[in-house]
Write a protein that binds this ligand. Structure first.
Ligand code: ATP
Length: 368
């Protein structure tokens, strides 16, 4: 019987439990044994009861649970070969040679590295006499499939990552709550949202809430951003608007690459010689990650989880590791490292202030 393991890694995102549920049940449906690796790569390295067989009813009700019930962690040991050797040993001891990982680009990079190194890890287990060649024969290749769980929607090659629409919904809800008090007191609020290299959350929240002004890393503000923002806010106020909402991504910068902070924006809006607005800062922080997944993320988690099990069973030793994406409403398999490479190139381009390239890369299409 084929044994498939599922794990979540990196930062948690709403929908990860839906992924685990779908993978466990699809694996069982196709006659395989399903396992969960608890605590991300930490569980793979430590083994023992962190790798557990799962049954159909073990994941009952998981669609409506937030976070990840099988835990996630950052694991330093997995960056080292010794850690990955321990991980290989633990998988083999459970009879597992197929792995589905739901995480961000770091987790997916680690997965691809593990798969590429696998034959030499197996060879080492043989050379040290832990296993015989015969015992290792069924485990010569490790098949891995990636799923993107991230609230930032920061992976190139997919239209949406699992969790991003839940985080967006949470932000919109928070802005709605803030707006009520803002208009009561005629105040301005500067709302900081997550997104170091990717402004998707800030941009979409701006569109969805009708914010007065936004700041995102991909489109740094020109030198005159102060005049521009104050001009727009003043215009809106003159039209009778009693509230001002500015949304700022964590990675907001100006054309010179200098960070634009919520404090800078607040001071400007509150400046007595300018608009003189009663201004507050709200940092939404981890609220954005919390709570249950919205319907879209549950649907995405389920459809992609099902596809991941199919893909891991169909994977061949010489095919590149794939990641499951969604493009124009279709669930697609793509080359995992291509997607990661492009994601890193976007981050690099932003770091080098080559913003046109960053935007161009986001639009690039590539296939498996
Ligand atoms: P997020 O987008 O939420 O930060 P992520 O998956 O990118 O998620 P990371 O902290 O980059 O988060 O990676 C999670 C874990 O994946 C690391 O703690 C490490 O165990 C493993 N990992 C990441 N990169 C590598 C790598 N190059 N080689 C081996 N393991 C890696």
């Amino acid at each position: 019987k084929k044994k498939i393991a599922i794990m979540t890694s990196g930062g948690d995102s709403p929908g990860m439990n839906g992924v685990v549920r779908a993978c466990v049940r699809m694996a069982i449906h196709l006659g395989c044994d399903a396992y969960c690796v608890y605590e991300g790569y930490e569980g793979l390295v430590r083994g023992g009861d962190l790798i557990r067989q799962m049954h159909w009813h073990d994941v009952r009700g998981w669609l409506s649970e937030g976070g990840t019930l099988i835990g996630t962690a950052r694991c330093m040991a997995f960056y080292e070969r010794a850690g990955r050797l321990a991980a290989a040993r633990n998988l083999i001891s459970h009879g597992i040679d197929a792995l589905i990982i739901c995480g961000g680009d770091g987790s997916l990079t680690g997965a691809d590295r593990f798969r590429a190194e696998w034959p030499s890890l197996i060879q080492e287990l043989e050379d040290t006499g832990e296993y015989t060649a015969l015992e290792l024969e069924p485990y010569r290749h490790l098949n891995i499939v990636g799923l993107v769980g991230s609230i930032d929607n920061d992976l190139s090659g997919t239209d949406a990552t699992i969790g991003c629409y839940s985080a967006l919904a949470r932000i919109c809800h928070a802005v709605d709550l803030i707006e009520a008090t803002a208009s009561s007191h005629s105040r301005a609020f500067v709302i900081e949202v997550m997104g170091r290299h990717c402004g998707w959350l800030a941009l979409m929240a701006g569109v969805a809430t009708g914010a007065d002004f936004i700041f995102i890393p991909e489109k740094p503000r020109e030198d005159n951003w102060r005049e521009e923002m104050c001009g727009i806010v003043e215009h809106h106020r003159k039209l009778g608007k009693r509230k001002t909402i500015v949304i700022i991504a964590e990675g907001a910068i100006d054309r010179e690459g200098n960070k634009i902070t919520p404090e800078m924006v607040k001071d400007l809006l509150a400046d007595k010689n300018g608009l003189g607005l009663d201004t507050r800062i709200t940092t939404l922080g981890h609220v954005q990650r919390g709570g249950t997944a919205v319907a879209y993320d549950r649907m995405l988690a389920t459809l992609q989880g099902v596809e991941a099990v199919k893909a891991v069973l169909e994977a061949k030793p010489d095919t590149p590791t794939c990641v499951i994406t969604i493009n124009e409403n279709k669930i697609v398999r793509k080359n995992l490292m291509e997607a990661v490479k492009e994601t890193k190139m976007v981050a690099k381009a932003i770091e080098n202030q080559d913003f046109d390239r960053a935007m161009g890369l986001r639009d690039t299409e590539f296939s498996e």
